[in-house]
Write a protein that binds this ligand. Structure first.
Ligand SMILES: Nc1ncnc2c1ncn2[C@@H]1O[C@H](COP(=O)(O)OP(=O)(O)OP(=O)(O)O)[C@@H](O)[C@H]1O
Ligand SMILES: [Mg+2]
Length: 412
């Protein structure tokens, strides 16, 4: 062999250090079909199978990439394909773009808009008294914007108990009314007078009243609107209209309760149900109180309950921008990344590559590739293995995932 044409001979094990995708051999055929890997083979993915096989430490995934690269399209097709296999999914939809998927699955997104006619009773997410107390306290904390004191916590508990004894379904206005006018029994249970009790609970009662009668009127102030099925196999919570309001915090408290109800149900049927919990474009709302913690606890619970958490972001800087470096949000962000063994990285601008590489622990070759990826193409880091995958969509899925309509010249 002459020197000019001589290649460099190494074992594939060593060559992978330079080009990690050459001999990865796919992840096997079990799981949901995603597309083609760099070798032309079918690339399938199932976090639960890979977890059982020891490839993944957890079922969580983070999808990042620049605008318009097909991140949401991947998530929608993944859900569409997984739902066919009996999986369930819960989606926080900030851009109002999961409607087509819902229509194909035969469900309606739950669209929260002040004055929009859809009402959710946050307390109905869990019927048990202890769960409702926790939920009520979380809602009051969000509504107040600061922690409850011990007296307020107790007043809330007793107000809920009183309403539960009187009514079939506790609602926030019923509880507020009882807090303003506590009964003699409530006062006796808390070893105080009715007047003192009303004064003690006044701050929390005013916050709940404002939630029911202020700008978010109509969203949380009564029984859940008929026709809303919180147990459907695909539950999409459309947060578009409320994305900048404190409603997000309340919804997250409800979502947490809903999720824990799902967990309790799933725990009773191990192995049968799998839940995919999606937050698309969540960075926009992560600064709202409670959301980061919500992600954090879900990521931690993923293994225990078999939930795949899927978080979509533009760039990792988004997470850090959600709070000053070193602050609560940034720490949460780093924790989420550490708890997501699957990272799907779409095209990144040169300026982002350094931060992405550092945070995700990519090799130099992997990092360099990020600026060359085309739409629909991503670097998949699955545990310690890497793949370049071209996501493929069927004709039906095209219709479910096309977000370019607003850009077309003759778009109606
Ligand atoms: N697998 C794919 N191959 C080629 N093009 C794709 C693919 N998936 C999506 N696209 C195209 O990219 C467009 C944008 O897709 P999508 O909305 O999923 O991107 P995104 O990364 O979520 O964007 P954003 O950051 O704005 O939310 C789609 O309308 C579609 O035309
Ligand atoms: Mg998107």
């Amino acid at each position: 062999m002459n020197a000019a044409s001589a290649g460099h001979r190494v074992t594939t094990r060593h060559a992978q250090a330079i080009y990690p995708f050459m001999a990865s051999g796919g992840l096997g055929g079990r799981g949901t079909y995603i597309g083609r890997d760099a070798n032309g083979g079918a690339f399938c993915f199932d976090p639960w199978v890979l977890y059982d096989d020891g490839v993944l430490d957890d079922p969580n995934a983070i999808v990042i990439g620049k605008l318009g690269q097909g991140k949401s399209a991947l998530v929608k097709t993944l859900l569409w394909r997984m739902l066919l296999f009996g999986r369930r999914a819960f989606v926080l939809d900030v851009k109002r773009e999961y409607g087509a998927l819902c229509a194909s699955v035969g469900v309606k997104p739950v669209s929260l808009t002040p004055g929009g006619g859809v009402r959710l009773n946050p307390l109905s997410a869990r019927p048990e008294e202890h769960a409702q107390i926790e939920l009520l306290r979380a809602i009051a904390t969000t509504a107040l914007g600061e922690a409850l004191n011990q007296v307020e916590s107790s007043v809330l508990r007793e107000a809920l108990r009183t309403v539960r004894a009187r009514e079939t379904e506790p609602t926030l206005p019923l509880i507020t009314a009882v807090m303003f006018n506590p009964s003699a029994e409530m006062a006796a249970r808390l070893q105080t007078s009715q007047e003192q009790l009303a004064a003690d609970g006044r701050r929390a009662a005013l916050a709940l009243q404002d939630l029911c009668e202020g700008p978010l009127k109509g969203l949380f102030d009564g029984p859940t609107s008929p026709g809303i099925d919180l147990d459907s196999r695909l539950l999409v919570l459309d947060l578009h209209a409320v994305r900048d309001s404190p409603a997000v915090g309340i919804l997250m408290a409800c979502a947490t309760a809903w999720m824990s109800a799902q967990f309790a149900r799933m725990a009773g049927r191990p192995g049968r149900e799998r839940l995919i919990n999606v937050a698309d474009e969540s960075w926009k709302i992560i600064q709202h109180g409670g959301l980061g913690e919500w992600f954090q606890s879900n990521f931690k619970l993923a293994r225990q309950f078999g939930v795949m958490n899927l978080v979509v972001l533009h760039k990792l800087g988004d997470l850090q921008a959600a709070g000053d470096a070193g602050s609560r949000a940034a720490r949460i962000a780093e924790g989420l990344i550490a708890d997501a063994s699957t990272r799907v990285i779409y095209h990144q601008d040169e300026s982002q590559v350094g931060a992405t590489r550092e945070l995700l622990g990519l090799s130099e070759t992997e990092a360099q590739l990020l600026t060359e990826l085309r739409p629909g193409q991503a670097l998949w880091r699955v545990g310690s293995r890497s793949f370049i995958v071209q996501h493929q969509r069927s004709r039906i899925e095209h219709a479910l995932t096309d977000t370019d309509t607003g850009m077309r010249i003759n778009a109606r």
